[in-house]
Write a protein that binds this ligand. Sequence first.
Ligand code: FAQ
Length: 328
Amino acid sequence: MYGNDFGEPVDDVSQLSDAEQQRRFDELIAADERIEPRDWMPAGYRKTLIRQIAQHAHSEIIGMQPEANWITRAPSLKRKAILLAKVQDEAGHGLYLYGAAETLGVERAELMDLLHTGRQKYSSIFNYPTLTWADMGAIGWLVDGAAIVNQVPLCRCSYGPYARAMVRICKEESFHQRQGFEILYTLSRGTEAQGEMLQDAVNRWWWPSLMMFGPPDDESPNSAQSMAWGIKRHSNDDLRQRFVDMTVPQAEVLGVTLPDPELKYDDGHWRYGPIDWAEFAAVLKGRGPCNRQRIEHRRKAHEDGAWVREAATAYADKQTARSQRGAA
Ligand code: FAQ
């Protein structure tokens, strides 16, 4: 039970003043408890979560495109079935995340509109092309690998619906990472041409994967506040370093060279060379190799799917009318 400003007990927290609600929110964050949709929350906390969860959801569904590009060309029926399942998983992740964002009071249609009009971002990584089959392995190994390192801490995010959605997403991403590694491991034991294809894919995906973690800490405007609110648990650079430390020994198993001449082991960590932040900034501004193609494809899929949304709405209306008639 909570007390108001006069020390009187209050059962219904909605009767508390803003200062008391803020105090209660701060206590929950300090105690590492979860904030739930009906709890009071500062406007900035809500706004930050909507931005991050929406960007995350958009990334999942835009992220379906580079891999879907290879479903018809997968080298065997088994590979096709696995890739199809993985791409469907990404659609599911998008749905959980849009659902989590909706608990904060935004409409999914509004978020779609923000994506389609370029007013909300999605991950920079999905603006690069998938040129060969080895890219399916590299995406699983590096992109899903980076996603796991970034997202496992989000299972402890202070906002309950986001944290709970992340638990299942991370389990599935872990399967995705292994299937990518397995594709590359198979190629690593194949012909010379397959080995070259593997090395070429790793050369192209390594640096964009490091950029997925976001700008360096001293240029990350949102990190400090997001960490104070328990939305983010680690800084961008800490997670990036964790990913590099995890991935270098795996590259040795695959027998590939990571495209960084400055990579060296020092004081318990693999230190990496400078990241091309100008390239990252250009991709965020819409000037990556595939930005335009990704958004055009997404808009078209949305328009082509209008009849499905209309049919679902008409069916729901019919069901409601039927149950109302039944009640009368
Ligand atoms: N790309 O101040 P910070 C996946 C933006 S899902 C584009 O550091 P923050 C699954 C940032 O939004 C991959 N934009 O921001 C999969 C902010 O924008 P603002 C997606 C980026 O939020 C695998 C500005 O820059 N994962 O891969 C990027 O504190 C395979 C300043 O940055 C998530 O979304 C970027 N890489 O930290 C699917 C995870 N980095 O303020 C298919 C959840 C930063 O102008 C196939 N998100 N920006 O609106 C997060 O953990 C955080 O939002 C960060 C950024 C770490 C991404």
